[in-house]
Ligand binder design. Structure first.
Ligand code: BGC
Length: 317
């Protein structure tokens, strides 16, 4: 049987047709355009899924379920998304609205949780009993696998690791709190700090790199200049890595997993990122004389969200 996996993000929707072995047979994407409201977004998810099936040469009758990874939390008992800060959704009956468009079982879970599930089955943490997957993108999300099972906590919010407060009274978060880890460890944080630096130093190499148009600064712009040795960007990126490591240490102290897998856009920085985190970790870890989690880069890249979402249905079936 085949399953549809949908990765619903703040900027884009990706849908793929996935076989039993976790191979993506065909995939498509479209912009989310959140401001149109949830009905339009859900309609587009359904249309994209139907196009994926048709254009891949398959038929809806071959599809057993639709899995969706959302950048927020899901009430499994009601099928309602109570709160999704990145989509500005409140109490959206996602399962019901999706089934009105496509009459198939619909399974929903957090985007990072499904990506962590995919990594634990077919990616970097395959074969390990416990892992924490951390996505470093627009926000920071988590997928916690303990004793081989997805851990969601008593109320389904245990993996909202991006909203652990690591800087009390710090930057205002989209969730309304201050000092959430994702304000410091996301790609958004690198962009914000890069822009702030340029405002204070309009002649710096980073500002020149974007021709003075600070809206063009991406996380990659700062990271590339840091890799090239620009002292300002090295210091911006070192500060980012410090905050990233603070959260990683907290996760190690809380869960003591075998692996912490870093995914999402910033993880594409690769060894340059790993080296900095690994250099900071020993001093900050609690049990200094004991072995601790390996920090690894996720392997399934951008497809983890689709594969993991499709796995939700495959696991039920
Ligand atoms: C959300 C998480 C999500 C993460 C990555 C966070 O802001 O609260 O639910 O997994 O962003 O998209």
């Amino acid at each position: 049987m085949l399953n549809i996996g949908i990765d619903l993000g703040g900027t884009g929707i990706k849908a793929g047709l996935v076989d039993e072995r976790g191979n993506i047979l065909y995939k498509l994407s479209c912009p989310t355009l959140v401001e149109r409201g949830h009905e339009a977004v859900i309609h587009d998810m359904a249309q994209l899924s139907l196009r994926v099936i048709a254009e891949s040469g398959h038929d809806l009758s071959e599809v057993s379920s639709i899995g969706i990874g959302i950048p927020g939390i899901m009430d499994q008992a009601t099928g309602v998304v109570p709160f999704c800060t990145n989509l500005a959704w409140h109490n959206v009956p996602l399962v019901k609205l999706m089934q009105q468009e496509i009459d198939k079982p619909v399974y929903v879970n957090n985007d990072a949780t499904v990506a962590g599930l995919a990594e634990s089955v077919a990616g970097v943490s395959a074969g390990s009993r416990s892992s924490v997957f951390v996505t470093l993108g627009t926000g920071v999300g988590g997928g916690v696998i303990l004793d081989g099972k997805v851990f969601m906590g008593e109320h389904g919010v245990a993996t909202e690791i991006g909203h652990m407060i690591t800087v009390a009274g710090g930057e205002l978060c989209t969730c309304g709190n201050r000092g959430c880890w994702e304000r410091y460890a996301s790609a958004t944080a690198i962009i914000r700090e890069g822009r702030r630096f340029c405002e204070a130093h309009p002649d710096c190499p980073l500002a020149r790199e974007v021709g003075g148009d600070l809206s063009k600064i991406e996380a990659r712009t700062v990271i590339d200049l840091a890799k090239a040795g620009d002292p300002d960007c090295v210091s911006l990126f070192d500060n980012y890595c410090y905050h990233l490591t603070v959260g990683i240490v907290n996760l190690i102290n809380m869960y003591d997993p075998e692996i912490i897998a870093l995914g999402g856009g910033v993880s594409k920085t690769g060894q340059f990122l790993l080296d900095k985190v690994n250099a900071l970790l020993p001093e900050m870890i609690f049990f200094k004389d004991m072995p601790h989690a390996r920090i690894e880069l996720a392997r399934l890249s951008n497809d983890a969200g689709i594969i993991g979402a499709a796995m939700l249905g495959a696991q039920e079936g």
